[in-house]
Write a protein that binds this ligand. Structure first.
Ligand code: 5AD
Ligand code: SF4
Length: 441
């Protein structure tokens, strides 16, 4: 039996995968530890989305070298998207790495650990699968608050956005058996969890068609939402091209499906969207926003955006700012374009916007979004929301924080409330990132 420490970088899918890995490790008789100093194996679940994500992992590997000098038996494995992208080449570049395992090969991990330990050799498993969904594996909840959990419902992506490495690191799209998803959610609810987030690279193309059974994403959402009105259901991420009215209807009919949609826009310019291979234009995107507002007037909308994609002009950048002014997002993840090996952009386009110009455009988007978020939050002052309490506020033990259905964080004086409870909170003040409130008497 060995002690395993796992460190996770990147998106929610990666965090969900680490919980599957922990389960596979426990099943094989290993023990997970939260103390890196006690570990025999350090597993690093990595991200490859932008160059700086990979640089962060390289830096971490240099830090771990010192630890390996103190603890000769300590072995390091690289998992996830960077493992898939670089494969065994990574063990040549980083001498202190003993094994490399891609996202579809985690079942092979226990056998690989044996091989590495007994034979002292290095090993790589990076084959992608068209069917693996790990649907029979009950994840071990890591760093859990016992209130909110992720459930992975599909894997992979085949949209091939021109900038994106994910189709190459996570393989073809495949959906998990819906019955195992509902069982997992039901089980979490019975254990006291109050919120599940259904995860996939593109959740609205979820599609289960087997044994005369056809289940699409709206149908799956209905099944999970009907487990209990006390179980909140969230989902991420949606692609604008597939956001259907049917999904919005199901959301409107179930108040426990949270009023928050993450809809990455990437750019406000039609020429950029075409070059990015996004399969929608700005008019389509705005039509989907209008549909959300029609079905779910109190829904918050969040996005991802890329500044300085190949050949983006100043005018096209301004179109992105205009899109932000039109939609008025509640939150945005904002990035500078990073050219990734093997993508369409790398093969066929020029990464021709100078770094300083990318930075300037990104900063303009960030400044505008900060203003909009603050204005949006100011409109919430005076309203009362149902809040699922998650824990103590980072600032003061006398305060708790939780989220409303719109996924906004609300801080309030605790009184005798406990994490895991639903409470009514009236908003009294705000910043761009947080609502401040008091318990409704
Ligand atoms: N450069 C910058 N941002 C990227 N994203 C994906 N690939 C890149 C890239 N090469 C962003 C997109 C995506 C989010 C997860 O990361 O906005 O929606
Ligand atoms: Fe990073 Fe994308 Fe892989 Fe998630 S799927 S870990 S964001 S590269």
């Amino acid at each position: 039996m060995s002690k395993i420490y796992i460190e996770t970088y990147g998106c929610q899918m990666n965090f969900a995968d680490s919980e599957i890995i922990a389960s596979l490790m426990n099943e094989a008789g290993h023990e997970m530890t939260t103390e890196i100093e006690q570990a025999d194996y350090v597993l690093i679940n990595t991200c490859a989305i932008r160059d700086n994500a990979e640089q962060r992992i390289r830096k971490r590997l240099r830090e771990l070298r010192a630890m390996q000098q103190r603890h000769a038996g300590l072995r390091i494995g690289i998992l996830g998207c960077m493992a898939e992208r670089l494969q065994s080449q990574l063990m040549v570049e980083e001498e202190n790495v003993s094994f490399v395992v891609g996202p579809d090969a985690y079942r092979r991990l226990p056998a690989m650990l044996e091989q590495v330990r007994q034979q002292g050799v290095k090993a790589a498993e990076t084959e992608l699968s068209t069917t693996e969904t790990y649907d029979d594996i009950e994840p071990v909840r890591l760093n859990s608050n016992g209130i909110s959990a992720y459930i992975s419902i599909m894997r992979g992506c085949q949209n091939y956005c021109a900038y994106c490495v994910v189709p190459y690191t996570r393989g073809r799209e495949r959906s998990r058996n819906p019955h195992t998803i509902v069982t997992e959610a039901q089980h979490l609810f019975e254990m006291g969890y109050k919120e599940v987030t259904l995860l996939g690279q593109n959740v609205n193309s979820y599609c289960w068609a087997q044994d005369d059974e056809n289940v699409d994403f709206p149908e799956l959402m209905r099944w999970v939402a009907e487990i209990s009105p006390l179980l909140r259901v969230r989902f991420a991420t949606s692609h604008p091209k597939d956001l259907s009215d049917k999904l919005l209807e199901v959301m409107a009919a179930h108040s426990n499906i949270c009023r928050c949609i993450h809809l990455p826009v990437q750019s406000g310019s039609d020429r950029m969207l075409k070059l990015m291979n996004r399969h929608y234009d700005s008019a389509w995107y705005l039509d989907r926003i209008a549909a959300i507002r029609r079905y779910l007037p109190d829904c918050s909308i969040t996005t991802d955006v890329i500044a300085g994609f190949c050949s983006e002009t100043e005018e096209e950048h301004q179109m992105t700012l205009d899109m932000f002014r039109k939609v008025r997002y509640d939150y945005a993840y904002m990035f500078k374009f990073s050219l990734r090996p093997n993508t369409y952009a790398e093969k066929h386009l020029q990464d021709d916007i100078p770094e300083a110009e990318k930075t300037r455009r990104l900063e303009e988007i960030i400044a505008l979004q900060g203003q909009i978020a603050l204005e949006n939050n100011k409109k919430e002052v005076g309203k009362t929301f149902e809040v699922l309490v998650e824990g103590e506020s980072h600032r003061s033990k006398k305060q708790l924080f939780g989220r409303n259905s719109q996924n906004k964080v609300i801080v309030f004086d605790r009184e005798d409330v406990q994490p895991g409870q639903y409470v009514q909170v009236t908003v009294t003040d705000c910043t761009a990132a947080t609502l401040i409130g008091r318990l409704k008497q």
